[in-house]
Design a protein around this ligand. Structure first.
Ligand code: 13P
Ligand code: SF4
Length: 354
């Protein structure tokens, strides 16, 4: 149970509205909260009737994020929760690859994504055939794929990782004696992870070869279409205007941006930092809804809201879609049994490491 969020326990539409106003006033216009309270109340009622659990990624829009999920979090946290839930139905308010991961972990449960295809530029940036080709090109390198990939890609991988444990998974393989590791498909996460570990990076997308005896991450060419847009100039401009601000950047940002940030981490790491570390201002270099969600959750913190970058896929998911999802049991994630069985292996290995 997400104990930060009490809206879902409200006994009526009026009480739902009151609790949403308390949480969201100043963040979301009041007329918008009023329009969404009834939807939130209906979702919460139906959720209980269906013995469903709602998982909400940290990028969900504020009214949804603060009203219906039983659990909110990053990809790693939500994967862990989906592996342990007793609910009959899992509704994943996040993009398709996240709901697919929940299905792989719960093949016998109904797993729903409120929109039919909520993509991701990283998941769309590599195919299973690309991975098989890279395995041929680098036959001794184990394959780690970012959780932001399709189930088919995971099915041809050795390990999975998220932004929350990428360093730990690479280190696990280095400690096991591997010197060259394919890390797919996010070039920036691969470079940033190699930098954090102080090891080399080569660009597998260009056929570059690692040096024998030198621990090396071999990367691919995909980028997050949101995080790649943050620039060094953005960071410098914030530093000039707000010299005391702590800048937190998601590791899908470029290495140049990460080098100028104060903290780099998954969306859950950002939540924890803002909760636990006192600073005069915080700036999050990630999808904009996060700034709004944290400003609502931690009203005592000054979170700069200079961001204008939204993920077009995460933003597809609305309270209305989630209600329809529960009413019609749509859109069911269906995957071939053989893909589920093979994709489960790298996911289970990841969960066992962290
Ligand atoms: P997190 O796992 O850090 O939540 O990131 C997911 C994502 O899609 C970031 O763009
Ligand atoms: Fe994919 Fe980027 Fe959107 Fe995250 S923010 S879901 S990585 S496109």
């Amino acid at each position: 149970m997400n104990d930060k969020l009490t809206v879902q326990e409200a006994a009526s539409v009026e009480e739902t509205l009151e609790r949403m106003l308390t949480r969201l006033s100043g963040i979301v216009p009041e007329f918008e909260i009023a329009a969404k309270a009834e939807l939130a109340f209906k979702v919460n009622q139906l959720k209980r009737e269906c013995n469903a659990v709602i998982l909400g990624h940290n990028y969900m829009e504020p009214a949804l994020y603060h009203s219906i999920p039983d659990h909110v979090g990053d990809s790693l946290g939500l994967s862990r929760i989906s592996a342990e839930t007793n609910a009959d139905v899992i509704v994943f308010c996040g993009v398709s690859f996240m709901a697919e991961t929940a299905k792989v972990l719960n093949p016998d449960k109904t797993v729903l994504c409120p929109v039919e295809k909520a993509g991701c530029s990283l998941a769309d940036g590599i195919t299973a055939d690309d991975v098989l080709q890279l395995k041929e090109d680098y036959p001794n390198a184990p394959v780690i794929t970012y959780v932001n990939t399709s189930a088919e890609v995971k099915a041809v991988s050795d390990y999975c990782c998220t932004s929350g444990n990428a360093k730990g998974v690479v280190k696990h393989l280095l400690d096991a004696g591997h010197e060259h590791i394919l890390f797919l498909p996010d070039e920036f996460l691969a470079r940033n992870t190699a930098d954090e570990l102080g090891i080399a990076y080569v660009h597998g997308a260009d056929g570059e070869r690692p040096s024998p005896g030198e621990p090396t991450v071999i990367g691919w060419r995909a980028h997050c279409e949101v995080h790649e847009l943050f620039t060094v100039e953005d960071v410098q401009s914030v530093r000039t205007q707000f010299p005391d601000a702590v800048i937190l950047a998601h590791p899908e940002c470029s290495p140049e941006v990460i080098a100028l940030a104060d903290v780099s981490g998954s969306t859950a790491a950002m939540v924890n930092y803002v909760r636990d570390v006192d600073a005069s201002h915080y700036l999050l270099l990630t999808e904009c809804s996060m700034g709004d969600n944290l400003a609502a959750e931690f009203p005592e913190r000054d979170i700069l809201r200079l961001c204008s970058l939204q993920c077009q896929y995460m933003n597809l998911i609305t309270l209305e879609d989630t209600l329809h999802s529960l009413q019609k049991l749509q859109f069911k994630i269906e995957l071939p049994a053989e893909i589920i069985a093979r994709a489960r292996v790298p996911i289970d290995r990841m969960l066992a490491i962290a």
